[in-house]
Design a protein around this ligand. Structure first.
Ligand code: A2P
Length: 282
């Protein structure tokens, strides 16, 4: 049984989903989705920039998965920021996904403070587009990715509805404590992208030691840590055994001591992309 999380608008989603970044081949996508669905995944996370929405939609159809059984999450890319462009981008993505609604739609990156003096206005306009989509019933929940506290604080000045979700890199060694605390205080659900640090934290000795003592894998320890901290985790894998393993995290619990060790780990790998410093994403 997969735990679920309720957003503040009562929309429920599973606490483990499948990330699809870098899964582009359509046959591989079919194998992955079919295996994931059979293993209990119902949340599938994609993005316009992953260029795999059509492959995902075909895979869902090929596996015969009823639309209402799954939670589809997509993201607006940086080149489509702004009120009208955001609405247009969402409609295009839905067409590719062959659906007339999305369960979750996210702003992929905030406008870079380094590139745009009017970054706050750009984010505000994009967000108005997101709110329109939500009010029109095209998306069941709206959120952001990679927003820091100052992006959210600025958004608060103009937003009618604050994001329900902030999808950020979140894993042992990269806990973004202040941002996560801010989100919790503002009822913004954390969704952990790269919950395995893009696979780069799994050789850490302390994580491996805890894994060994419980009889689980290092990946399962990281994912359990995320879920036990109240976040949604969306590990990406295109390997059948790992897909199954990554959702098999509900038959054990980490102790307070183990949680503390994992929460206090220094940075030991991951992407660590800073939405203020990164300029190539615009
Ligand atoms: P693969 O697709 O070959 O399984 P993240 O979700 O943090 O971005 O991590 C994704 C990376 O971690 C991918 O390279 C993926 O490779 C790898 N990965 C996913 N699940 C596991 C697992 N259970 N054990 C080891 N590596 C994993």
């Amino acid at each position: 049984m997969v735990d679920s999380i309720k957003l503040r608008n009562e929309v429920k989603l599973p606490s483990v989903g499948l990330g699809t970044w870098q899964i582009n081949d359509k046959d591989l996508m079919s194998e992955v989705i079919s295996c994931a669905y059979d293993s209990g995944y119902t949340l599938f996370d994609t993005a316009a920039s992953y260029s795999n929405e059509i492959a995902l939609s075909k895979a869902i159809a090929r596996a015969g998965i009823p639309r209402e059984n799954i939670f589809l999450s997509d993201k607006v890319w940086n080149t489509c920021r702004g009120y009208e462009q955001t609405i247009e981008a969402c409609k295009k993505s839905m067409k590719k996904l062959k659906t007339d609604y999305l369960d979750l739609y996210l702003v992929h990156w905030p406008a870079s403070v380094k590139l745009y003096t009017d970054w706050a206005q750009i984010n505000a306009d994009t967000w108005r587009g997101m709110e329109r989509l939500y009010k029109d019933g095209l998306v069941r929940a709206i959120g952001v990715c990679n927003f820091k506290t100052h992006h959210l604080e600025k958004l608060k000045e103009t937003a009618e509805i604050m994001p329900f979700i902030n999808q950020i890199e979140y894993h042992p060694g990269f806990t973004q404590y202040e941002l996560v605390t801010y989100c919790r205080e503002n009822y913004i659900q954390i969704e952990a992208s790269s919950p395995l640090g893009n696979g780069r934290i799994l050789e850490n000795d302390q994580i491996k030691e805890i894994a060994l003592s419980i009889g689980k894998s290092a990946a399962q320890i990281c994912l359990r840590w995320g879920v036990q901290n109240g976040s949604i985790v969306i590990p990406k894998s295109s390997d059948k055994d790992r897909i199954m393993q990554n959702i098999d995290i509900f038959d054990f619990e980490l102790t307070e001591g183990q949680m503390k060790i994992l929460s206090e780990l220094p940075f030991c790998g991951g992407l660590n992309l800073d939405s203020d410093k990164i300029t190539e994403f615009g």
